[in-house]
Design a protein around this ligand. Structure first.
Ligand SMILES: CC(C)(COP(=O)(O)OP(=O)(O)OC[C@H]1O[C@@H](n2cnc3c(N)ncnc32)[C@H](O)[C@@H]1OP(=O)(O)O)[C@@H](O)C(=O)NCCC(=O)NCCS
Length: 221
């Protein structure tokens, strides 16, 4: 039987839902948000059930994908994905007034790492620095709760995102390829300077000059 035809029980909203970040790190997102970014923009924390209707409108506008035309298949049953995000997902909705202008999604990756899974800023609001501003807030909160790193993946052709990530201090830590998302650069932002220093010493021949130059550079995030 193909995996896509597997049927399970529907997902119900969980009133007592406690995110994994709260269970493992004691990080209660609802105490950290909403955050005002200035200029009338704020970020709210949402559960999967609150975020789902927003994403249905925002993501097609941002990614401009035509359904059914992607070469990269998702063979998994859709309800598994929804259950996964319902149980593990942290959703951060960007608002100007009552208009939803962006969405970031993350999940706990392991005991010391956060997986930054998706960022989408509405086209009319891109290039205004919203993503780096949000990232600064996110990394400050995670660091304050003892999280060591934020990891994620980006398509090598996504120059806009790569540019933003570079200024935030992300480092490419591997490259992956697969049938689900094609080729991806795996990226890591070290929240503990000592870890980045160790990485440089272990793997970079230009470690000394990199470290000196990076210290001087005050990028966003
Ligand atoms: C990528 C994205 C998250 C960035 O968010 P944002 O809020 O627009 O980020 P910024 O405001 O910092 O972007 C502006 C910077 O990007 C640079 N930039 C814009 N387009 C660029 C491009 N095509 N190539 C390189 N740099 C680019 C600008 O010059 C500016 O640089 P500066 O800060 O050095 O002046 C957002 O544009 C987006 O949602 N894109 C579509 C969805 C997407 O790709 N998500 C990531 C999936 S992995």
């Amino acid at each position: 039987m193909p995996r896509s035809s597997v049927k399970t029980k529907p997902i119900l909203p969980q009133p007592e839902h406690q995110s994994l970040c709260q269970q493992v790190w004691g990080l209660d997102w609802s105490r950290e948000f909403p955050v005002d970014l200035g200029d009338g923009v704020r970020i709210e924390y949402k559960t999967f059930h609150e975020a789902q209707p927003l994403m249905k409108t925002l993501l097609p506008e941002v990614y401009q994908l035509v359904p059914g035309t992607s070469r990269f298949g998702e063979a998994d049953p859709h309800h598994f994905k929804e259950k996964y995000f319902s149980a593990l997902g942290d959703f951060f909705a960007f608002y100007e007034g009552e208009t939803n202008i962006g969405m970031a999604i993350g999940t706990l990756l392991d005991w010391s790492s956060y997986n930054f899974r998706n960022i989408a800023v509405a086209p009319a609001y891109q290039n205004k620095g919203l993503y780096p501003q949000f990232f600064e807030v996110l990394s400050r909160i995670l660091k304050a709760h003892g999280v060591a790193r934020i990891e994620g993946d980006v398509a090598p052709t996504n120059r806009h995102h790569i540019h933003a990530l570079n200024k935030m201090g992300y480092i490419v830590t591997s490259m992956t390829y697969g049938e689900r998302w094609g080729v991806l650069l795996h990226i890591t932002k070290y929240l503990d300077e000592a870890d980045e220093e160790r990485l440089g010493q272990l793997y970079s021949t230009t470690y000394k000059t990199d470290a000196a130059a990076n210290k001087k550079f005050k990028g966003k995030g």
